[in-house]
Design a protein around this ligand. Sequence first.
Ligand code: ADP
Ligand code: MG
Length: 319
Amino acid sequence: MSGEKGRITEITDLPGVGPSTAQKLVEAGFASVEAIAVATPQEIATATGISLPAAAKIVKAAREALDIRFKTAKELKEERLRVRKITTGSKNLDELLGGGVETNTITEFYGEYGTGKTQICHQLSVNVQLPEDKGGLNAKAVYIDTEGTFRWERIEQMAKGVGLDPDAAMEGIYWIRAVNSHHQMAIVDELFDLVKKDNIKLVIVDSLTSHFRAEFPGRENLAMRQQLLNKHLHQLMRLAEIHSIAVVVTNQVMARPDVFYGDPTQAVGGHVVAHAPGVRVYLKKSRGNRRIARVVDAPHLPEGETVFAITEWGIRDPE
Ligand code: ADP
Ligand code: MG
């Protein structure tokens, strides 16, 4: 699926997993190689009815496929040094994020309608094209648009705002409309090939969750939705890690905390995303064009809030 030759990426690539075994695994919630690798053979046998020795074989294969092994502290340091950053256009927001939006991980912007999620996505698609000394990566962006809110006019405006040629900046963004959740996931599969052929360093999914919510509404579909979203996030995480890409996703949530925490169906997107590695940024409206951003559970970033503004030219610090 990923296009990485010889790499096991789908559960059906695992030895001993035929179509009927795959179906049992998926139905029990073990839809990805990652999910199997972190399970015990007992858990899988109990949940699927697969025999214990067969389950043990599958788990072993999944762990080998993912190359679960020790890394040295030096390797960790080297991985960390490979991480690069894209400016958001606001110094405040960059500082909150430890210098900008990072490659090799997923950054999620979540908040209610109108908080600037789509504006930030547009701005990053422009800014990734900037030279490195101006906070870019001298690279292109992919914009997966699930709500039809992408505007080339806005790209033109923001490009002018950072001194890029507007036509060149628009050429540097590959836009695609995802028509449903299945399509959305298929696009990410395709990306594993595209990013190798082109200089793409940013992948946007705006929004990550809207199709999944619309197609799997309510509590009765919660398990299925969660499973698919998890699979989607794993795809994106792999894309980010294998190809050193910044993946940015948005997620619309209810503003009222009582609704947000009281009704788990409202929070499911956020909940699923919370379990994926990466950085989560909560956005909130403030006075006029000001927005408040807060980083939520990022162990390597200090807790805190900051204020940025959405201007005619794009994302900036407030006046
Ligand atoms: P979300 O994706 O979180 O629902 P958006 O990113 O679409 O929200 O943000 C919408 C807000 O961005 C609008 O309320 C408006 O304040 C601001 N905005 C959009 N376009 C412009 C523009 N051309 N100039 C100034 N502000 C704009
Ligand atoms: Mg939006």
